[in-house]
Design a protein. Structure first.
Length: 269
């Protein structure tokens, strides 16, 4: 089991209408997980999206992986509660024939941290994602922000759900995505349930399974330093990419390459 180091960083959000002021605070520490030989590549990949979006953003990554011979499943989580999202993800895992590389973007990182305890999962890939520890949730990681923390344009909650300001969505979430695609993402937002942010992790899968982390250096949603500390805590193999929070849309080749590296780095079970 990896050690822990109480270091804190923050991700500021603005959602104050119902008394909510969210600032994601993350504490970290850990050790590096060794990789096995590339001859035991896993061929099943399950992709999990984050908040405000659905699984369609994975299309570019999906096409690359399929072309390279992988079996790929894209989870469509309702993002209403963490428990429901974990259950949906585990049903998808159950449908795979053999070991699985489980991939999560943003809030999807919390989902795979819990769902990754499934025995079929042999490796975790975090893409600009949260990686909570035991007993943590997005909400319990709320604290005062440091000076200069980014402020994602989260609107006041509507009936328990959050949205990003459509006009500010491209710059904050998808800064390196083509303008028309970023506008579509803004207009097709999926409501993100406040209850999903409150879901606590029972046992983080990254403590017993190897992980990889793609860190986005131009991220305006989760600060790069927070990603850096999370990846350190999980003991992940890390690559840094100059990209926005929506790197899985804008740079699918880089994301797919890391997933394939993970698939080649775990032993077949």
């Amino acid at each position: 089991m990896k050690g822990s180091l109480n270091v804190r960083n923050y991700f500021r959000t603005a959602a104050t209408h119902c008394g909510i002021l969210s600032i994601f605070v993350l504490g970290f520490g850990g050790s590096v997980v060794a990789q096995t030989g590339p001859s035991a590549a896993v061929k099943n990949v399950v992709l999990v999206h984050g908040g405000f979006v659905d699984g369609s953003g994975w299309e570019g990554v999906y096409k690359i992986l399929k072309k390279d011979g992988y079996t790929v499943a894209v989870v469509q989580n309702p993002t209403i509660s963490l428990g429901d999202d974990v259950a949906v993800t585990k049903r998808t895992i159950a449908n795979q024939n053999g070991p699985v590389i489980l991939v999560g973007h943003s809030y999807g990182g919390a989902v795979i941290t819990e769902a990754g305890n499934d025995p079929k999962v042999v490796g975790l890939v975090y893409v600009a994602a949260f990686a909570p520890d035991k007993g943590e949730s997005v909400s319990t990681l709320i604290a005062n922000p440091p000076p200069g923390a980014p402020q994602p344009p989260i609107l006041p909650p509507q009936d328990g759900y959050l949205f990003l300001d459509k006009a500010k969505f491209p710059a904050s979430f998808a800064g390196d995505v083509k303008p028309d695609a970023a506008a579509f993402m803004a207009d097709s937002q999926v409501p993100w349930g406040v209850e999903a942010l409150n879901g606590k992790i029972s046992e983080p899968a990254w403590k017993t399974k190897p992980s990889w982390y793609l860190l986005t250096t131009e991220d305006k949603m989760i600060p790069p330093d927070a990603q850096r500390m999370m990846s350190k805590r999980t003991g992940a193999t890390v690559i840094e990419v100059k990209g926005s929070h929506a790197v899985y849309v804008s740079q699918p080749k880089a994301v797919a390459a890391l997933i394939e590296k993970a698939a080649q780095g775990v032993a077949r079970k």
